[in-house]
Design a protein around this ligand. Sequence first.
Ligand SMILES: Nc1ncnc2c1ncn2[C@@H]1O[C@H](COP(=O)(O)OP(=O)(O)OP(=O)(O)O)[C@@H](O)[C@H]1O
Ligand SMILES: [Mg+2]
Length: 369
Amino acid sequence: MNHPLVPPAIELRGVHKRFGASHVVKGIDLALEPRAFLVLLGPSGCGKSTLLRMLSGLEAPSEGSLHILGREVANGARGIVVPPGERGLGLVFQSYALWPHMTVRANVEWPLKVARQGAAQRTRRVDEVLALLGIGALGERYPSEISGGQQQRVAIARMLSPAPGLLLFDEPLSNLDAQLRLEMRSELLRVHREAGATSVYVTHDQVEAMTMATHVAVMNEGVVEQFGTPRDLLDDPASAFVATFVGTPAANVLPVRAEGGRYAIGGHVLCDASGGSDSARLLYRATDLSFAAPEATPGDGPRAPATLIEVAPMAGAFVCALMLAGTRIAVVTAVPPDAAPGDTVMVRFPAAPRARFDARGRRIAGGAA
Ligand SMILES: Nc1ncnc2c1ncn2[C@@H]1O[C@H](COP(=O)(O)OP(=O)(O)OP(=O)(O)O)[C@@H](O)[C@H]1O
Ligand SMILES: [Mg+2]
C-alpha cells in the first residue's frame, strides 16, 4: 500500500478516450505506487497503446484526469494537457527511431542538449547510461553499424539519459528474436530498478507480463478487467477473460448448464448448481484435471469424455490439449495418456471447480480460486 504522504506515481480517474464515434477507453481508474513495474496486458485493439499515449501526453483524455507523481497532467473536463516534454518521462516504442546521422553517443546525448545541460555533465551522464546498458564500446558507431538488439539498447539509453521518473514502453521487444527478448526482459528490469523509476509497459504477451510485472492491468475492450499482482491474476481471476488469458497453460473455463440442480457440460454432470443460474462457466486449472479409466467404478468423481488433440512435453510434465463438448481444454499430467490424437479419453474432474463465473464471465462470489 502507498504511504499516505507519498502520492501514487501515476493515478487515473475515470479516464475515457473517444475517437469520433468509437469509444476506445471506457472509464479507467488506477493508482500505482512509486517504483512499481506495471504491465498493461490485453489483446490487440483493447486500448493499451491509447492508454499509454494518454500517459505520455501524445493523446488527451476525452474525460477524466491523469496525475503523474502527484501533478495533474491531463484533465478532460478542464482541457488541461501538459506536453510530453514537460512530464518527466521517457518513452520507448516498438520501432525506436534513432537519428541515423548521429553516432550512438550523440543519440544518447541529444535529450541532454535539449535540456541545455553543460558539456561536462552531459559526457558524464552519457558514459553512465552507456555503461548501464552495456554498450560503452559502441559510442562512436552509427545506428546502421550495430545490430537490432544493440539499437534497442541505444533507444533505451537515450530514454534514460535525462533520468526520467516514469518510463513508458510500448511493446519494446517485439522486433527482437526470442533469445534476445528473454535477455532484454531481465535487462530492462535491472535498468528499471537501478534507475529507481516507475515503469508502465505495454504487451499482449502474457508470459512477458507475468515474468516482468510487479502489477498487471488486464485490459479488454477498453476497460481494466483486473488490476493486481501476477499471483492475484493466477490465484484469483476476477473474470473468465482473465482466467483464460493468463497462465501457462491458461486455466480451463467450461460453459455449463444447470440440469436437475447440477451443472453439466454436454450432458456430463460436473458439480452442484445450487444458488446458481441456468448457465455459468466453471474454472478448473489444467493441473486439477487428470485422466481416468473408460469404465466408471463406484465412488468415482465427475468425469467426461474428450477428444485428444495433442500432447506436448513441458518442464518435466505433459500438457495435453483436448476438445470437450466443443471447448478446448488443457490437462497437465506427469504421465501422458495412453492414446493417440483423435482418440477419446476420459477426463476426471475434482468435486468442485476453483471458481464460478456467470454467463457473461463475471466472477460469482463464493467460489474461492
Ligand atoms: N487515432 C485514432 N483514431 C481512430 N481510432 C484509433 C486511433 N488510435 C487508435 N484507435 C483505435 O482504438 C482502438 C485501440 O487501439 P490501441 O492502439 O490502443 O490498441 P492496442 O491495445 O494497443 O492494440 P495492439 O496490441 O494491436 O497494439 C483500436 O480499435 C484502434 O483502431
Ligand atoms: Mg498497441
